[in-house]
Write a protein that binds this ligand. Sequence first.
Ligand SMILES: [Cu+2]
Length: 169
Amino acid sequence: MFLMTVVATGLGTAFGASYTVGAPGGSWDLKTNYTRWASATTFYTGDKLWFQYSGVEHNVVEVSKADYDACNGSSPIATFKTGNDAVALAASGSRYFICSVPGHCSAGMKVQVNIRSKVVRCRGRGIRQRVSVCFGAARSGRHGGWYCALLLESTKGDVYILSLSSFFR
Ligand SMILES: [Cu+2]
């Protein structure tokens, strides 16, 4: 029972974290320093960004790097304007978001997010321990037998299942 709880808790973080852009202390506005905000967090695939703002005053436009540098929102990759927008960071690489209201991007309302692959995090120094856990299932019936999982726990406390095997009797 204890082991099952550990696995479930670890998977919660392994599936990704949510980050509200600018928080704490700011949001998606004209005052927040997004370079500082983004550099304080390491983003991984599976994480999610939340843009929270007044939909009357601002918007969120995902753009290319060139358009990010030029503050050009006229060729958007994606546009968000509800004021409570989630963006899934599914792939590794860099993504660029600006507010396309005239003057806002050049006033600093732009953020670059660099996303690392979750797999890289499992290698090398980040590994705290590898453990193998086995648990028995019902002794009778078609699914009876033993199941063994090889787990890897990172230094941040995330748990990854490397393999899951069953030994039926
Ligand atoms: Cu704006």
